[in-house]
Design a protein around this ligand. Structure first.
Ligand code: PGA
Length: 268
């Protein structure tokens, strides 16, 4: 795991955008895994700005989102497709038919829908870079604590904590879905690179557990310890419960020097 601690969420977003940019420039048919939630909004803003300045094109990009609410209309403003349109898709040159989310409507079989999503990812050549946030309970995607570490795209029941954390996004009395389709943990582990972003004090305990706790279904993000190319972007607050702060910062300085002299920093 590479742990990069940034001064602020804004600096973190700039740095994360460089990774996405490197992928889009290096690969002819890049496949990007996307996340929703408050954390990646700043990253998407930077990507849109880069696109508007002519520095970045999404014309040949395929995207796969981590999750989507069960039985939600794509046009519903609470759907994750609406979120992606609002924050990224509508502002860049991506072909909407190249954007995928794991959907399942009432009457459809979630198992079949999950298998179909896995197949689509495979047929696209696999995910090159998966963007992730982390829940206060350590979830990645909607893989809540107790999720199988070998899980694949499937339907999940959200925990009370996740429902409470996300209730800020719903108006009082508005229906809040309790079920979602989500990539599995094995699906996420298959991505060539994973980039997890966490900001704010409310993530500090989950971040500590992810990095320094044992690998456990109790903190699904801890499975990233087993990923070959996992980079964790933190702001100071999210990193505040880590003991080895100084080591991570120093290791990054050394890494940057090495990368400069060797001429690479990721090998998409
Ligand atoms: P947040 O959610 O970015 O809104 O904090 C992250 C997550 O639940 O994965």
């Amino acid at each position: 795991m590479q742990i990069i601690i940034h001064e602020s969420p804004e600096k973190l977003a700039q740095s994360a955008a460089q990774w996405v940019q490197a992928l889009l420039i290096k690969k002819t048919k890049p496949v990007l895994g996307l996340a929703t939630g408050s954390t990646p909004i700043k990253l998407y803003k930077v990507l849109v700005e880069k696109h508007q300045r002519g520095e970045l094109s999404f014309a040949d990009v395929k995207t796969f989102n981590l999750d989507e609410y069960f039985d939600i209309d794509a046009k519903n403003p609470q759907s994750y497709r609406s979120f992606m349109k609002q924050h990224l898709f509508d502002h860049v040159d991506i072909n909407p038919s190249n954007t995928f989310l794991p959907t399942c409507k009432k009457g459809q079989d979630p198992r079949e829908q999950g298998l179909a999503y896995e197949k689509e990812i495979k047929e696209a050549g696999g995910i090159d870079l998966q963007i992730l946030g982390i829940g206060g309970n350590g979830h990645i995607g909607f893989n809540e604590p107790s999720s199988s570490l070998r899980s694949r795209t499937r339907i999940k029941t959200l925990t009370q904590q996740t429902l409470k954390d996300n209730s800020r996004l719903f108006t009082p009395g508005e229906y809040q879905p309790t079920l979602a389709m989500t990539m599995g943990i094995a699906t996420i582990l298959d991505a060539k690179y994973v980039m997890l972003m966490a900001t704010g004090k409310q993530k500090a305990t989950a971040v500590k557990q992810m990095i320094t706790g044992g690998v456990s279904a109790n903190c699904p993000a801890s499975v990233l310890q087993m990923h070959e190319n996992a980079v964790i972007f933190l702001d100071k607050e999210a990193a505040s419960e880590l003991d080895d702060h100084e080591y991570y910062e120093w290791a990054n300085e050394q890494n940057n020097k090495l990368n400069e002299s060797l001429g690479f920093f990721h090998n998409f």
